[in-house]
Design a protein around this ligand. Structure first.
Ligand code: AHR
Length: 334
C-alpha cells in the first residue's frame, strides 16, 4: 500500500546513500528487494511497517517482540521490517533513516531513551511517513512528530510499587536500594519518580540507587556492589523483573534469603518474575503489559485510513502479591 508521494520519491533519491543495511539484527519478512538494495513496496494493500525495537534486554522485551511479530503478519496484511537496536539510540536512528529511505508506509518504534529524536522524526514527517510510538515515550515539545503513543503509565507503575511498600513496611525504618532501568529511558525516569513520591510520607529511605540497564546480569552485579557497600539493606526496588532476578542471585550468594532477609519489589510480571514471586523470593510485582502488537496493528490501520486516533493510549496494568501470583501463573500468557 506504499503511498508514494512526490516528496517521498524525491527524498528517497536524495537519501539513497542512507539506504545501508541494518546489519545482522534486522529482518524482513516478505518485501522484495531490488538488485541495488532498494525496497520495492507493492501497491497491493499490504502495509509495510518498519519497527525499531529497543533490544533483547529482558523477558518483557522478548514477550513484546513476539506480540509484534505474531500480530503484524502477512496474513494480517502487513510486511513487517524489524530491527533490534541493541539498546543503542544511534542504531535506532539509523534504522529509522533506513525505513524512510525505503518509503515504508508507517514507522513504529520503542525509543531506547527519551530525548534526541526531533531531527529524525522531522525527517519522517517531511517524508510523509506517520510514526507511532510503542511502549516508551519521547521527550519532545512537538507532538505533531508522531501520531500516537501506545504504552503503560510508568509513573503509575512506580507509584503502585511504592504504595504497597509503604503499606507493608512503613514504621520499620527500612533502608532500600534501587536498581534503575537504562539511564535516560522513560520507564527508568518515571518509575523512579512514581516510587519516590509514593514512599515520601513513610520512613522508607532509599540509601543507594544505580542503573542495572534492565538486564539480569547487570542487576546481579549492581546488587553485589550494594551488598558490599551497605550492611543493612531491607528492601530492593528493581525497575524490572530481570534486574530483580539478578538481585536474588546476589542475595543468595551472600548467604541471605531473598523475600525474607531482604524484601524485593519489581515491575513487569513476566513468567520468571511471577515464578519467583510465587516461590516467595520476590514480595510484590507491578505488571507492565508487553502485548502491544494488536493495538499497534489497529492504530496503524486507522492512521493509514485517515481516521482520528488517540494521541495517548494507556495500557492497563495489574499488580500481584505472592498469593495472586500462584493463582495467575498457570494461565499467564508471557
Ligand atoms: O520499556 C519497558 C521496560 O523495558 C520493561 O519494564 C523492561 O523489562 C524492559 O527492558
Amino acid at each position: 500500500m506504499a503511498r508514494t508521494t512526490l516528496t517521498r520519491t524525491v527524498l528517497a533519491a536524495v537519501s539513497a546513500a542512507a539506504l545501508f543495511a541494518l546489519g545482522a539484527c534486522s529482518s524482513d519478512a516478505g518485501t522484495q528487494t531490488g538488485g541495488g538494495g532498494e525496497t520495492q513496496a507493492a501497491d497491493d494493500g499490504v502495509i509495510t511497517l518498519g519497527f525499531s525495537q529497543v533490544g533483547a534486554e529482558s523477558g518483557w522485551r522478548a514477550a513484546n517482540t513476539k506480540s509484534i511479530q505474531d500480530t503484524l503478519t502477512a496474513e494480517n496484511g502487513f510486511d513487517l521490517k524489524f530491527s533490534d537496536a541493541q539498546q543503542k539510540q544511534e542504531n535506532q536512528i539509523r534504522a529509522i533513516r533506513s525505513y524512510i529511505a525505503q518509503q515504508v508506509d508507517v514507522i513504529a518504534f520503542s525509543p531506547v531513551v527519551e530525548t534526541g529524536w526531533d531531527a529524525v522524526l522531522q525527517e519522517a514527517k517531511d517524508a510523509g511517513i506517520p510514526v507511532i510510538l510503542t511502549d516508551r515515550a519521547v521527550d519532545s515539545s512537538d507532538e505533531t512528530l508522531y501520531e500516537s503513543f501506545i504504552g503503560s503509565d510508568f509513573v503509575l507503575e512506580g507509584e503502585m510499587a511504592g504504595q504497597w511498600a509503604a503499606e507493608q513496611y512503613d514504621g520499620e525504618g527500612y533502608q532500600a536500594v534501587e536498581l534503575q532501568g537504562t539511564t535516560g529511558a522513560a520507564p527508568a525516569i518515571d518509575r523512579k519518580e512514581g516510587f519516590e513520591s509514593a514512599i515520601a510520607g513513610s520512613d522508607i529511605e532509599i540509601i543507594d540507587s544505580q542503573t542495572g540497564n534492565f538486564t539480569r546480569a547487570e542487576g546481579k552485579t549492581v546488587m553485589e556492589g550494594f551488598l558490599n557497600a551497605h550492611d543493612d539493606i531491607d528492601l530492593v526496588f528493581a525497575h524490572n523483573d530481570d534486574m530483580g532476578l539478578g538481585a536474588i542471585e546476589a542475595i543468595e550468594a551472600a548467604g541471605m534469603t531473598p523475600g525474607e532477609d531482604i524484601k524485593i519489589i519489581t515491575i513487569d510480571a513476566v513468567k520468571d518474575g511471577m515464578q519467583a514471586l510465587a516461590d516467595g523470593k520476590i514480595n510484590y510485582i507491578v505488571e507492565c503489559n508487553p502485548l502491544l502488537g494488536p493495538d499497534l496493528a489497529d492504530i496503524t490501520k486507522k492512521v493509514l485510513a485517515g481516521e482520528e486516533v488517540e494521541k495517548r493510549i494507556v495500557v492497563k496494568d495489574e499488580a500481584f502479591d505472592q498469593a495472586a501470583a500462584k493463582e495467575a501463573l498457570p494461565t499467564r500468557e508471557y
